[in-house]
Design a protein around this ligand. Structure first.
Ligand code: PBG
Length: 312
């Protein structure tokens, strides 16, 4: 491969500690390859709306929109996202340049007093605003009281420490990136708490007309992660997933075979959880997409209801 020209690059980033860590991580990797990289910090609607559940105010796109406007206007060139927060379909004119190596995809049990979910007393209060976590937690422990919990990681941990909750559930990846792994009491087995599509992986977004950036970013890509999260995200896309649908999808690529598990929960809470699993050899993004779409079909055959309209 021919080396790419060093470029002056600007990374648009949210200003939470986790978003900044992620942007600085990409900045360091690009600098090491000779590019000069600066950060453009911005506040998104998703950061401002802290009093309501995201599923009620418009979803994942809220964390991404302002960054895309900066790319559109040429004030920045790349945006670094937790893939979990990136909508399944990017708006016209934007593309995912690459997906980077995944951090721990699991959910973490965090509590000052209790060592694990099983150690919680009857009726304990657990904080999470994720419908996926809520549905999976209630399946494990129907007695628990699930209370909403919003805000960035530091805010959520503070609310826990103030005693508003007996425990909270967070992505292990975010805690580890910020050096907060000591707060993790147990990591959930993925069989108990199936992660969200893309959890723990970072994606880099660019304007699709900047193929030159594509080449500069290619060395940051992690192919195994990319294949895996593509299948996970295909499940979500085929179900019309959003943060108002409790949906989990988790893949593991072992020697060229992708093992994909998915779960769907009823947003109304009346229907039981639906699980589906399948494995297939996966070598291309198209293979990964096909496996995700097949799993979504199995979820629907098992009683899961897709949100409409569903494309592809
Ligand atoms: N929805 C917020 C969000 N987006 C990404 C992460 C964690 C890092 C990751 O999954 O890459 C978190 C926090 C959490 O779910 O606890």
């Amino acid at each position: 491969m021919s080396p790419t020209q060093p470029l002056p690059l600007v990374i648009a980033t949210r200003e939470s500690r986790l978003a900044l860590w992620q942007a600085e991580h990409v900045q360091a990797l690009l600098r090491a390859r000779g590019h000069s990289v600066s950060l453009l910090g911005m506040t998104t609607q998703g950061d401002q709306i802290l009093d309501r559940s995201l599923s009620k105010v418009g979803g994942k796109g809220l964390f991404v929109k302002e960054l895309e406007v900066a790319l559109e206007e040429g004030r920045a060139h790349i945006a670094v996202h937790s893939l979990k927060d990136v909508p399944m379909e990017l708006p016209e004119g934007f593309a995912l340049a690459c997906v980077m190596e995944r951090e721990d995809p699991r959910d973490a049990f965090v509590s000052p007093r209790y060592a694990s979910l099983n150690a919680l007393p009857q009726g304990a209060v657990v904080g999470t605003s994720s419908l996926r976590r809520q549905v999976l937690l209630q399946a494990l422990r129907p007695d628990l009281k699930i209370e909403p919990l919003r805000g960035n990681l530091d805010t959520r941990l503070r609310k826990l420490d103030e005693g508003q909750y007996d425990a909270i559930v967070l992505a292990a990846a975010g805690l580890k990136r910020l050096g907060l792994q000591d707060r993790i009491r147990t990591e959930f087995a993925t069989t108990d708490m199936l992660p969200a599509a893309g959890q723990g992986a970072l994606g880099i977004e660019i304007r699709s007309d900047r193929q030159d950036l594509m080449a500069a970013l290619a060395p940051l890509a992690h192919q195994e992660t990319w294949l895996t999260v593509t299948a996970e995200r295909a499940v979500s896309r085929a179900m019309g997933g959003s943060c108002s649908m409790p949906l989990a999808a988790h893949g593991r690529l072992v020697q060229g075979t992708l093992h994909l598990d998915a779960a769907w929960g009823d947003p109304d809470g009346s229907a039981p959880l639906v699980h589906a699993s399948a494995s297939a050899p996966v070598a291309t993004l198209a293979d990964a997409d096909a496996l995700g779409i097949a799993i979504a079909a199995r979820l629907r055959a098992g009683g899961a209801r897709a949100a409409h309209p569903v494309t592809s």
